[in-house]
Design a protein. Structure first.
Length: 325
């Protein structure tokens, strides 16, 4: 074994968090699980992240043909954009993906078009590169309650819609913790406080937000009484009950804000601006109650991308809700 690279960290027994380098440090994690010489990745980051994932394998002395599984929590590109490229480097690995996401990692053309509609072509090229598909024969679809064995370590899959319909979470029996993707929100280390530790907020990015399902999925995870959560954004967090309360309180406030604004005669631009400001106010109140003394300008800087995308996702949900009436 070699020393771990600076972007990789052991966070639990056999679980390594790898900073994928996406967007900024400590923003986007992939996880490497190691047991008895076998390995699995949970989430991959983008194509630009793949060299870091392979460097972590090298440092740990794990051969590429000892990686059994690559497991995106869902197919949003910050979680699965590098899956095809990574799989091309791992000759014996199976991609394990939610059945609703599998077609989009086999043929990513729709996924690319959808993401381009959100981010634009320039940002797509800069942040994600050329997304490639995974051969269908190397893809296994997960099912709710399915259990995979990684050597002597058992990974259980839960169908967890709400953030996206193609989302599953993975329960690691060994560490009594979930790999949550985006189902349990995001928690940035810059927003930790001395008094209460990590703070957490929901993420409602486009285009499949379903708040009731998201609430139910988060509560289902909490029902396992986990010792920790492995968040893609970002890292291992404990004190799960407190974080679950923060998640649910803010989600309810976000829905109430959205419904109140939807009842007003606002055009799309005005509603978007009001959503962004309303979301910022919700999270600022929560952070102050959590003990944060960080300057408001710095908080807004850290949450700027999330505020923008969360407002977009809520707007899509409101439109879909209106069409269903």
């Amino acid at each position: 074994m070699q020393p771990l690279p600076p972007f990789a960290q052991l966070v639990a027994d056999g679980v390594y968090a790898i900073d994928t380098g996406f967007h900024r440090p400590n923003f986007d994690a992939a996880y490497l699980i190691v047991d008895d010489g076998h390995a699995a990745f949970v989430d991959t980051g983008t194509n630009h992240s793949v060299p870091r994932l392979l460097d972590a394998l090298n440092a740990l002395g794990i051969a590429r043909d000892a990686v059994d599984y690559v497991i995106p929590t869902h197919v949003h590109l910050d979680h699965a954009g590098g899956a095809g490229l990574l799989m091309s480097q791992l000759p014996r690995a199976t991609l394990v993906v939610h059945p609703l996401g599998a077609p989009h990692l086999i043929d990513p053309s729709f996924l690319i078009r959808s993401a381009t509609g959100v981010y634009g072509p320039d940002e797509m090229a800069r942040s994600y590169g050329t997304v490639i598909g995974v051969p269908a024969a190397r893809v296994r679809r997960s099912a709710d309650g399915m259990v995979l064995a990684l050597a002597g370590r058992y990974l259980s899959f839960l169908d967890t819609p709400g953030h996206a319909r193609h989302h599953h979470c993975i329960w690691d029996e060994r560490s009594q913790a979930f790999f949550t993707g985006d189902t349990f929100g995001l928690s940035y280390r810059e927003l930790d406080t001395a008094a209460n530790g990590p703070w957490l907020m929901p993420t409602t990015t486009p285009v499949q937000l379903e708040p009731d399902a998201l609430r139910a999925s988060a509560q289902r995870l909490l029902g396992y009484d986990p010792d920790a959560m492995y968040l893609t954004h970002y890292g291992r967090v404990g004190n799960v009950r407190r974080l679950g309360q923060l998640f649910l309180e803010q989600l309810d406030a976000m829905v109430a804000l959205a419904l109140a604004l939807d009842a007003q005669p606002l055009d799309a631009a005005a509603r978007h601006a009001a959503l962004v400001e309303g979301l910022a106010a919700i999270h600022l109140r929560s952070l102050r109650a959590h003990g944060s003394t960080l300057a408001e300008a710095r908080i807004r800087e850290l949450l700027a991308l999330d505020l923008e995308l969360n407002a977009q996702g809520i707007a899509v949900w409101l439109q879909r809700r209106k069409q269903a009436r």
